[in-house]
Design a protein around this ligand. Structure first.
Ligand SMILES: O=P(O)(O)OC[C@H]1O[C@H](O)[C@H](O)[C@@H](O)[C@@H]1O
Length: 336
C-alpha cells in the first residue's frame, strides 16, 4: 500500500472513532420511525437533514436548510415488511428491475439492514460529521434464492452544504471460489413541483433501452428530456455522463446528480394509468415526482471472491433561474 493511501486510512480511522463521541449525537440520532421501524436522522448545523430506515437501508427524507423536502415519498407508502417503501432512495440489488430471475429490483430494498459499527475505512472528507454506515450480508434464506455470500456496506453522508452522498461497497465473500454478477440502482425519487415543468439535462442524444417497449434500444432525439406526452416514461439511458441535472422551473430549483461507477441512468415516471394500478401510490402523485436513478444495468458487475465494487451517488441542489444553453451540469457545479 502506498503511503498516501495509508495516511488516508489513518485519517479515516480517527474520524470513524470520533463518531461515537457525545458531540456527534448532534449529527446522528437513532430513533423509531413509522410503525416502530428503526430510523437514523442525520443533521447538519445549518439545518439540513436526512432520514434513513434500516428497513431497506433506505433514505426516506432529505431536507434542505429551510426544512423543504427534496425527495418524494408516497402518502400511501406502507412502511411494512415485505413491501419496499415507496419513495426516497430504495437500493436495487442484486438485480435492477426484471433484468434477471430474482424478484423485481432484487431483495436489498426489503431486507433489514444493520448499523455497521466498525466499517473498513475509506477516504472521506473529514468535515463530514453527519453520516451513518449500514451493512447487509447474505442470510441463509437469501442464499437459497441467490446462492452467494456478500457484504454490502452503505455509507450515507449529509455534507455540511446539505448535499447527500451514498457510497456502496459490495464485496464477494464466497468461499466456494465462485464469482457473482449483479445489477444495481439508487432508485432516487426526486420531489418536483409539477412534472410538466421539469427538464432533465445530460441524457440528450444518448442510447436507451425502453422498458415499455420490450427493452428495445433507441437513441434519444432532440434537446433536454421533458414530460409532456401524457404517457409513462421508463427508460434506461446507457453510458451516461457523470453529471445529470434535473430542472424544476416552477420551484426554481435544480437537482444535480453526480455518480461514479454507475454508467447508466434510469428515468421513470408512471403517469396516471400505472399510478392508479399501484396500491402504494396516490392517483395524482405522479405529478410531483420523478425518478432519476444512477444505475448499472446493461453490463452487470462481476466480482471474483475477495473483490469489491464501489458505486457512488451525490445529489445536491442549486437555485435555478437558468435558461436553455446555460444548463450544462458542469456550469451548475462551478457556480455552486
Ligand atoms: O414498483 P417498483 O417495483 O418499485 O418499480 C418501480 C419502477 O422502477 C424502475 O424505475 C423501473 O424502471 C420501472 O420499470 C418500475 O416500474
Amino acid at each position: 500500500m502506498d503511503s498516501v493511501r495509508s495516511k488516508d486510512i489513518q485519517k479515516d480511522r480517527s474520524m470513524d472513532r470520533s463518531t461515537s463521541s457525545g458531540d456527534d449525537k448532534l449529527f446522528v440520532e437513532h430513533c423509531k420511525g413509522v410503525n416502530g421501524l428503526e430510523r437514523v436522522i442525520l443533521r447538519e448545523v445549518r439545518g439540513a437533514s436526512v432520514e434513513v430506515y434500516l428497513y431497506g437501508g433506505q433514505v426516506t427524507s432529505w431536507k434542505n436548510e429551510y426544512g423543504e423536502e427534496l425527495l418524494f415519498v408516497s402518502s400511501k407508502a406502507t412502511f411494512k415488511l415485505p413491501k419496499a417503501i415507496r419513495g426516497g432512495i430504495p437500493i436495487c440489488f442484486p438485480q435492477f428491475g426484471s433484468h434477471g430471475s430474482l424478484e423485481q429490483h432484487g431483495f436489498a430494498r426489503n431486507r433489514m439492514w444493520s448499523i455497521d459499527d466498525d466499517p473498513p475505512p475509506f477516504p472521506t472528507n473529514t468535515s463530514n460529521r453527519a453520516f451513518i454506515d449500514l451493512i447487509l450480508k447474505h442470510s441463509e434464506e437469501d442464499v437459497k434464492i441467490w446462492p452467494h455470500r456478500y457484504e454490502f456496506r452503505l455509507r450515507i453522508t449529509l455534507g455540511p452544504g446539505g448535499d447527500l452522498m451514498l457510497t456502496s461497497r459490495i464485496r464477494n465473500t464466497n468461499t466456494d471460489g465462485k464469482s457473482f454478477a449483479f445489477t444495481f440502482a439508487y432508485h432516487t425519487y426526486f420531489a418536483v413541483s409539477d412534472i410538466s415543468e421539469v427538464r432533465v439535462e445530460g441524457l440528450e442524444t444518448l442510447d436507451y433501452l425502453d422498458n415499455l417497449k420490450g427493452k428495445e434500444r433507441f437513441t434519444e432525439q432532440g434537446d433536454a428530456i421533458t414530460f409532456e406526452s401524457e404517457v409513462s416514461v421508463d427508460k434506461i439511458y446507457l453510458s451516461t455522463p457523470t453529471k445529470i441535472a434535473i430542472l424544476d422551473h416552477e420551484r426554481k430549483r435544480t437537482f444535480v446528480l453526480r455518480k461514479d461507477g454507475l454508467p447508466d441512468a434510469v428515468v421513470w415516471n408512471p403517469w396516471d394509468k400505472k399510478a392508479k394500478a399501484m396500491t402504494d401510490f396516490g392517483d395524482e402523485e405522479y405529478k410531483h415526482m420523478l425518478c432519476v436513478e444512477a444505475a448499472c444495468v446493461e453490463k452487470p458487475i462481476v466480482l471474483k471472491p475477495g473483490e469489491e465494487w464501489r458505486g457512488r451517488q451525490e445529489i445536491s441542489t442549486v437555485p435555478s433561474s437558468y435558461c436553455s444553453g446555460q444548463l450544462d451540469p458542469k456550469k451548475v457545479f462551478q457556480s455552486d
